[in-house]
Design a protein around this ligand. Sequence first.
Ligand SMILES: NC(=O)c1ccc[n+]([C@@H]2O[C@H](COP(=O)([O-])OP(=O)(O)OC[C@H]3O[C@@H](n4cnc5c(N)ncnc54)[C@H](OP(=O)(O)O)[C@@H]3O)[C@@H](O)[C@H]2O)c1
Length: 345
Amino acid sequence: MSSASGQVACVTGAGGFIASWIVKLLLERGYTVRGTVRNPDDQKNAHLRELEGAKERLTLCRADLLDYESLREAINGCDGVFHTASPMTDDPTDHGDGIMFGLKEQMVEPAVIGTKNVIVAAAEAKVRRVVFTSSIGAVYMDPHRSPDAVVDESCWSDLVFCKNTKNWYCYGKAVAEQAAWEEAKERGVDMVAINPVLVLGPLLQPTVNASIIHILKYLTGSAKTYANSVQAYVHVKDVALAHILLFETLSASGRYLCAESMLHRGEVVEILTKFFPEYPIPTKCSDEIKPRAKPYKFSNQRLKDVGLEFTPVKQALHDTVKSLQEKGHIPVPTQNEEPIHIQSA
Ligand SMILES: NC(=O)c1ccc[n+]([C@@H]2O[C@H](COP(=O)([O-])OP(=O)(O)OC[C@H]3O[C@@H](n4cnc5c(N)ncnc54)[C@H](OP(=O)(O)O)[C@@H]3O)[C@@H](O)[C@H]2O)c1
């Protein structure tokens, strides 16, 4: 492990859900941080300035993924880059796997061009390592995989399938990760990629991001039923720490699947109901005809090997709801109160 003191790290899209946690942990570890945001004056980024150590060691730089010069300025002089910025959609359509699809133009171009820009700027700045935030979306979306196969770092999503199903999020993340590997190889940049599954946990930012909506919809009454599908989950603190461990562990290389465990939606609503019976959490599956969807097997061994200890998914679900309450996104039930009935949005 290298010492953090005096090291400068750039985090792209610093105001986002995962990136805010990376900034927080980097500051706690003594790093000097340059966070790129599209608008440093936007109130949605104000929480970053409140983080411990931010006054002394955090600078917010204005940068857009499609503007190379802005990225070059932010990355120049850094020891490391955490490239986390990428378009996420708040398209409320959950297509069963928990990951939202979005529109092609919005999802693919900034993800791919932005990633190339970051790698080129990192090469120019001669940074020690780039940690690239990819996704399970670049890994598992493959209809040809056998149900018994273990999903691990050797798997790639099927681009033709993603295209045909208009799954532009998975398509964009897979193409962006491939572009990152190619550009990094060509320019001699040391890069590692992390592929998180659906990320839950406390929000530092004031707004609700796409993966939190996955849970929020079960608490507000907007989802009347749950889907007959499975989803893997991971706690946001673990995702942020994993990024940093992958930067600090000199021997780390390649891809790292970041997943704690997999639940059927029926199990998710059951856990939520046990913890928070006051909310109008659905009790019925939207598809009671087909057999219950089975979890796929996956391996998170590579991250365990660099020292990551995963937080149990129950804790992640609990922390998510508590945080939504604390940030005022859902009402806080008072004791002995009737169940909460919220008008669907
Ligand atoms: N959350 C998950 O479940 C999950 C799972 C696997 C992988 N990931 C990956 O993790 C990363 C962060 O996700 P998140 O959940 O933290 O999302 P988020 O809260 O929506 O953050 C995304 C960030 O990207 C920035 N961004 C988007 N387009 C940009 C552009 N053209 N130029 C500059 N910045 C841009 C956004 O900036 P603005 O605030 O200005 O829009 C925002 O800060 C993404 O790469 C995502 O694919 C997320």
